[in-house]
Design a protein around this ligand. Structure first.
Ligand code: MRU
Length: 366
């Protein structure tokens, strides 16, 4: 479970932090929100794996940062001076943490980046294991710092797509709680708030795990943003009234053709938005763009347990005992329904096969 360490105001804390002195990854435990705001210290491989699997820490960028810090904490405890022995054990931890959730590419992206840093320092540059561990610490902190910088930049780019007073609909939580600060889909909202834009945000509750109600509504309220909670089946209603000028959502993996996996229900919102002529913007850190996956059909979609649908959050089961349940955690939004993919390197537009490649080339050259 990890250790509970304090009650906090979420706006004052990073979603994921490193406590090097105590060999821990510190997270805001998102399964307790909005009722209780508590930090948890994760120290063992099992605690880190469980925290990711149980969504105590969730959201694509936050999972990546937690995994990077987690593997550093575990690497510190590998007791050998032999780099090959060290690296073998590190790879075991990497595979284990990577198995916690399949869809968000940031998890494997961050773990691969950490393993590559170790390999370069230890095998290529023949640095002692103690130095490799220090390099891993710096890499994990750089992944965190990058996330903060990148999300702010997404906010600046996303802000160009809306104007003061606009209504913005969002699904799931692609907020501060899904990253370290700012979030992705919420970054334009937070930056707009800094400029006094007064957006009116509509947050889908996001069945079955209620990330919209428990997390997005909570964090935006805590930040003083004008936010209205709606059920998932109300998006057509609010769009038909002309209350929504843009949809901003996050993503867990963007394929090379622009197809995007995000929280289950995102594709429904996108189809409804197309009907009402509302633009749909995917806010994506480039670490969520997977150029090795050609199209959405190839993205592995996580399926989760039945009880999340039948009884979780209810006082008593709300479905017959033993009912068949299908519970995919994500769906793929067809690139044809997407008006733009907002990244830290600019906004990609159709045709995405070309624009995403240009964005990734820009990143490689920077
Ligand atoms: O299952 P979750 O809560 O981890 O799903 C999260 C989402 O689908 C988010 O929209 C996505 O990770 C974007 S995060 C900036």
């Amino acid at each position: 479970m990890g250790t509970t360490i304090a009650k906090v105001n979420i706006m004052e804390y990073d979603t994921v932090a490193l406590d090097d002195a105590n060999n821990a990854v510190v997270i805001i435990d998102q399964t307790l929100l909005p009722g209780r705001t508590e930090l948890a210290a994760l120290k063992t491989a099992q605690e880190i794996w469980e925290a990711i699997y149980l969504l105590r820490v969730r959201g694509a960028p936050a999972i990546g940062v937690a995994a990077a810090m987690g593997i550093y904490i575990l690497a510190k405890q590998i007791d050998t001076e032999d780099f090959e022995v060290f690296y073998g054990k590190l790879c075991e931890y990497k595979e284990y943490l990577d198995s916690a959730r399949p869809t968000a590419v940031n998890l494997s992206w961050a773990l691969k980046r950490m393993a590559a840093a170790a390999l370069k320092a230890g095998r290529e540059e023949r640095k002692p294991v103690s130095e490799v561990k220090e390099i891993l610490r710096r890499e994990a902190l750089e992944i965190r710092d990058e996330d903060i910088r990148v999300c702010r930049k997404i906010g600046e780019n996303g802000l160009l797509l809306v104007k003061p007073g606009d209504g913005i609909l969002t699904h799931c939580n692609a907020g501060k709680l899904a990253a370290v600060q700012y979030g992705t889909a919420t970054a334009p909202i937070y930056l707009g708030q800094e400029k006094g834009y007064h957006f009116r945000v509509f947050a889908d509750e996001t069945r079955p795990l209620l990330q919209g109600a428990r997390l997005t509504a909570f964090e935006l309220c805590s930040a003083g943003v004008d936010v209205t909670l709606i059920c998932d089946n109300m998006s057509a209603n609010v769009m038909s009234k002309g209350w929504i000028q843009a949809v901003f959502v996050g993503c867990d993996r963007v394929a090379a053709n622009g197809d995007t996996a995000n929280k289950i229900g995102t594709s429904v919102v996108a189809a409804v938005a197309k009907h009402y002529g509302v633009p749909v913007y995917i806010c994506a850190t480039t670490s969520t763009i997977d150029m090795e996956t050609p199209a959405g059909a190839e993205i592995k979609i996580e399926e989760r347990p039945a009880h999340e649908v039948t009884e979780m959050w209810y006082k008593e089961p709300m479905a017959p005992e033993g009912i068949k349940v299908y519970n995919p955690a994500f769906d793929v939004t067809d690139h044809k329904l997407i008006s733009g993919i907002v990244t830290e390197y600019g906004i990609a537009r159709a045709p995405y096969t070309e624009s995403l490649k240009e964005i990734m080339d820009k990143k490689a050259d920077s």
